[in-house]
Design a binder for this molecule. Structure first.
Ligand code: ATP
Ligand code: MG
Ligand code: MG
Ligand code: MG
Length: 469
């Protein structure tokens, strides 16, 4: 079996062998891009290169980029534990051409690597093109020899990428792997494409136009290539498993979680172990890159991820803080490729333990309240927004944790009611502030700042910049 670590290496070696400059992963916190919460695609560190503001590391480059998709436009948090293919933290393998090669060579490289170097059977692969992109369609036909019905024209934004309202944009081609008809789901473009049978493994973006503020598109003088392949998804394919969570790395992390909790990852316990393994990775990597839990912005996203994992640990019956004890397994699996994990190990363990110790003080009481308030609710029921807010405010339950906790029972949360309760409290705090006279009450100020911050993050992500489509 080819290990995930070997596959990463093999991808980089292939493109380095074809003259691409090897670029190490950038940190998860984007430098120089206040519109984006976390790096969420391999092209993000190259944004300024594509727009011409920075010089490229070479005419072509290859990287394996750490990505987090847990907020904003790309939010896969709610998918984790429930689909075979989504993580909050994952690695995106990518090859890039900065005005060097274009569509033809990008498709050639992709096809050669997948079917010749790695030996994937062509009959399992399907490609998509943007519906008007005849050039890409013809190239796929000629280079891959795929039959016409396995090169699918797609008219949605799934196959048209843009960096933002203005700037570089262009059509893209996605490559899908068919895991077999025993798995529910249809081919791309079909009504049940969201199933997990045909899994998107690689996205090739053909940056070909420059979009101006008035919506017109001009040809870019030097068309460019940006590709992204999920390492965990290609690892599943190459290891002969359907599910990312059955690959070597995840099996080790889940085994560690099973052995510490004494609970097998089976039946309705499976999702909890998956959430724990996934969130261990995102929390660990975020802290290794300098993010610490807090009540606003990036730190609050991290706290939400951590607390969610901690609730699942509690659900598995863990009596003591668990997450920090899983860090050694993470470092064993990924510390060689990412030495920042080794350097950060002590800090990551300490922060996780402190957070979990703190959160456990209110977790149980909050869950009891949640049970009481939902006792009369069946599937399709809804928790009052006021209660969700109390859980947030008094027991430190991030909104999405409450949602996640009720999901298995088919109960929703009144989001508007939650936000209205939050609004009321902010207004009350503002009124109290006015009444306190000229001298600012330190504690109250801090309180308001924290609350403003923790809600601000929703607005922040609404204007978030874009990674890949
Ligand atoms: P999907 O449609 O499956 O959500 P996507 O179209 O959002 O994927 P892209 O933005 O095109 O994904 O990212 C490029 C590649 O990164 C994808 O083809 C996939 O292999 C991988 N990828 C994207 N999101 C995730 C995720 N949450 N977890 C693991 N891999 C991912
Ligand atoms: Mg997606
Ligand atoms: Mg997609
Ligand atoms: Mg895609």
């Amino acid at each position: 079996m080819t290990s995930t670590n070997d596959i990463r290496r093999s991808f980089i070696d292939y493109f380095a062998g074809h003259g691409h400059a090897t670029v190490p992963s950038a940190p998860l916190v984007p430098y120089n891009d206040p519109t984006l919460m976390f790096v969420n695609a391999g092209m993000v560190p190259f944004k300024n290169v594509f727009t011409g503001l920075e010089t490229p590391p070479g005419p072509t480059a290859v990287s394996s980029q750490k990505c987090v998709r847990a907020g904003g436009k790309h939010n896969d948090l709610d998918n984790v534990g429930y689909t075979a293919r989504h993580h909050t933290f994952f690695e995106m393998l990518g090859n890039f051409s900065f005005g060097d090669y274009f569509k033809e060579q990008a498709i050639e490289h992709a096809w050669t690597l997948l079917t010749k170097e790695w030996g994937l059977p062509a009959e399992r692969l399907t490609a998509t093109v943007y519906h008007t992109d005849d050039e890409a369609y013809d190239l796929w036909r000629r280079i891959s020899g795929l039959p016409e019905d396995r090169i699918i024209r797609i008219a949605t934004s799934d196959n048209f990428w843009s960096m933002g309202e203005t700037g570089p944009c262009g059509p893209c081609s996605e490559v899908f792997y068919d895991h077999g008809d025993h798995i529910p789901g249809g081919p791309p473009g079909s009504p049940d494409e969201d199933g997990d049978r045909f899994i998107e493994i690689w996205n090739l973006v053909f940056m070909q136009f420059e979009q101006s503020a008035d919506g017109t598109r001009a040809d870019l003088p030097k068309p460019s290539i940006d590709t992204g392949m999920g390492l965990e998804r290609i690892a599943a394919v190459m290891q002969g498993v359907h599910d990312n969570y059955d690959t070597d790395t995840f099996r080790e992390l889940i085994a560690a979680s099973e052995s510490l909790t004494g609970v097998a990852a089976e039946g309705d316990r499976r999702a909890s172990h998956r959430v724990i393994a996934d969130h261990l990775r995102s929390s660990g990597f975020l802290m290794a890159d300098g993010v610490l839990p807090s009540n606003e912005g990036r730190g609050y996203v991290l706290r939400r991820i951590m607390r969610r994992a901690m609730r699942h640990a509690h659900l598995l019956g863990a009596q003591e803080p668990l997450m920090h004890r899983l860090v050694p397994a993470l470092v064993t699996e990924m510390g060689q490729a990412y030495p920042e994990l080794q350097r950060g190990q002590a800090l990551i363990e300490e922060v996780l333990q402190r957070e979990e110790t703190q959160f456990r003080r209110t977790l149980e009481k909050g869950l009891r309240l949640l049970d009481e308030e939902t006792a009369g609710l069946g599937e399709g029921g809804e928790l009052a927004g006021e209660t969700a807010f109390k859980l947030y405010d008094t027991y430190g339950f991030p909104y999405d944790l409450t949602e996640d906790a009720l999901r298995a029972r088919g109960i929703g949360v009144d989001r508007e009611g939650f936000e209205a309760a939050m609004e009321r409290q902010k207004a009350a705090a503002r009124a109290a502030w006015k009444g306190s006279g000229e001298a600012a009450d330190g504690e109250l100020w801090f309180d308001i700042a924290e609350r403003e911050g923790s809600t601000e993050f929703t607005g922040y992500s609404a204007t978030e910049g874009e990674g890949q489509v």
